[in-house]
Design a protein around this ligand. Sequence first.
Ligand code: EPU
Length: 425
Amino acid sequence: MDMFVIQGGTRLRGEVKISGAKNAALPIMAACLLTNEECVIRSVPDLADTRHLITLLESLGARVRRDESDALHIKVEDESISLADYESVRRMRASICVLGPLLARRGKAEVSMPGGCAIGDRPINLHLRGMEALGAKIHLDGGNIITESQRLQGTDIFLGGPFGSTVLGTANVMTAACLAQGRTVIEATACEPEVIDLGDFLNSMGAKVSGHGTPRIIVEGVDELHGTDYEIIPDRIEAGTFMIAAAITNGELILKGCRTEHLMALIDRLNLIGVEIERIDKDDTVRVSSARRLNPVDITTQPYPGFPTDLQAQLMTLLCLADGNSIITEKIFPDRFMHTAELNRMGAMLRKEGPTVVVQGVRELIGAPVMASDLRASAALVLAGMVARGQTEVLRVYHIDRGYEHIERKLNPVGAQIERVKEND
Ligand code: EPU
């Protein structure tokens, strides 16, 4: 297993290019199962999660290759298997996004029931409710959910849950409805940019999806979809993490491929904290720089366009160094606070009370060995390590490799000192 050894106290300065969005790439790659024509997807980041999904797609009969321009070519050659087994779902919960495409195209999907994970309970009841509404029969056998149907039938579906909308649930139901007979209206859908990107991708395959990006999506079913060539959006969470990296090191970064319109909630909070974000041309390039004094702010995570849960841990690290107290409330995954104990080991003053953390600003963080528990928590610990006095060791960085494309190779050229070593070296 790899770990990062980070020397803190360096200032970031320079230019970083943002990769394609992981959370757009995963459902889009899965949606390639809807046709047996070749789909070319550009800007798919090379991550543990995308590699894992490639293995799953191959086990489902697809031929996948990455070309010299880094585009993925996905072509289904065998449609006889419909099983995403326990191992693939255990390794990556997003494996669930093959459910909709398999059911719609092959009439059957067998997907292992996902267990809990470090960020809490992650039920899929809403995905299943959507499939049932489209006419699927569902039963559980040996830990696998088996969904079967003749051709799916368009209908009206309410997809809201106790925590608001569901991103992958929306993706699954919207994708399945593309090959259903007739019109499907899905209410209370997720409005995340990744859902918009999936809708645009499906339309590029010949689907008739409208309203994606709003809480009501309408899908007019078609008989068949065809191959396509599509470029996915840049990763707003990676961009947001690098904005925070510039701010926390009191540095200045130019981010290329940074869609500020996808990051308004973060930018709003960063401006209040004292971070300057300036668009420097029309081509999605921004300059991020920060004042020496950081103001405290309160944040509450919410579905898009609210503050993203996927940036909560990273912003918490920044607020550890603010001049006063901040309050962070998690409304999407109320248990997503595994990073607080690790940050406290580095001298932070964090007090968790239910789904809320009170952050008492401190003057400095101090390097320590810390353990990454999930993807975004590990990013938060890397940020902490870059600003801490002395050396920080972040163990189990395989979590960060799931969602950030070579993070140390992007941060070291602009001033970070992050070394990847084997944990038992
Ligand atoms: N929920 C239900 N029932 C369901 C599905 C979800 O109650 O059937 C609840 C969840 O427990 C949670 C809330 O609804 O409280 C929202 O969960 P959602 O379904 O939106 O999460 P997801 O689609 O499984 C995606 C991202 C996550 C991101 C969340 C929220 C992908 C591959 N994953 O997960 O990304 O945190 O949306 O924005 O798109 C990450 O990249 O680090 C990550 C965890």
